[in-house]
Design a protein around this ligand. Structure first.
Ligand SMILES: N[C@@H](CCC(=O)N[C@@H](CS)C(=O)NCC(=O)O)C(=O)O
Length: 236
């Protein structure tokens, strides 16, 4: 058995919202880690080697000695438990809040924002129904976070923690899926985003993308890698 205390963490990474949350945690905690680029527009997430780490073929994933963990929510919880950092006070009431908001981001913010981006920018017409559905739900979820943050600096209790990191991953992208005026009705989300963006760890996490040359074009090959469902339509 490997002694996880002495192995270098490996973060499987693409400069997208979910991997960025993990990069932020690692930078905040000052944990040494190796960055393993996965160029999803080149289809590297579908390699057998990567699927042995994350059978879901998506970034992020983390290897910690003989422990392998995938999904950004699971990884944030794993790292918080491993280090004892960025968790609220250890009381049932605080733990309940932390878990509720973690899952709200995992099952609401992430999927609805992801699908809003997909339908807005990548789906064929007609797509008005889907764009309306997903942007409506994205806005509704962000409004709940905005209301929750009214008069509060951080998502849970009085300290910055993993829920803030999870929210940050997607808040950075709000103008992309809610448009340039997306923050107009979300002043508390904007204040929260600005506070995290001002942290040196967030700036280091954002700068990681410059270490690699990731494919930028969403060409035919990238679409095949990212939207494998389209093969079924072509086969009809
Ligand atoms: N629930 C997963 C979602 C992971 C996810 O969708 N990752 C995106 C980047 S943000 C990805 O790797 N997409 C490539 C693909 O879908 O093929 C998580 O939170 O980690």
């Amino acid at each position: 058995m490997t002694d996880n205390r002495f192995t270098m963490l490996q973060l499987y990474y693409h400069p997208s919202p979910n991997p960025l949350k993990i990069a932020l945690f690692l930078e905040e905690a000052g944990l040494p880690y190796a960055l393993m680029p996965i160029d999803t527009r080149k289809g590297e997430q579908h390699s057998a080697a990567f699927k042995a780490i994350n059978p879901n073929a998506k970034t992020p994933a983390l290897v910690d000695g003989d422990a392998t963990v995938f999904d950004s929510t699971a990884i944030l919880l794993y790292l918080a438990q491993k280090t004892g950092q960025f968790l609220p006070a250890d009381t049932p009431a605080m733990r309940a809040q932390m878990l509720s908001w973690m899952m709200f981001v995992a099952t609401g913010i992430g999927p609805y924002c992801g699908q809003a981006v997909h339908f807005k920018f990548f789906a064929p017409d007609p797509k008005e129904y889907a764009v309306n559905r997903y942007t409506f739900e994205a806005e509704r979820h962000w409004k709940l976070i905005d209301d929750h943050l009214a008069g509060k600096q951080w998502m849970v209790g009085d300290s910055y923690g993993i829920v803030d990191m999870a929210v940050w991953g997607w808040a950075r992208m709000i103008p992309r899926f809610l448009g340039p005026e997306g923050f107009a009705t979300l002043p508390n989300v904007k204040r929260h985003l600005d506070a995290i963006n001002a942290r040196p760890a967030a700036q280091r996490a954002e700068a990681l993308k410059d270490r690699f040359t990731f494919k930028q074009e969403v060409d035919e090959d990238a679409r095949k890698a990212l939207f494998p469902q389209n093969a079924r339509l072509a086969a009809r």
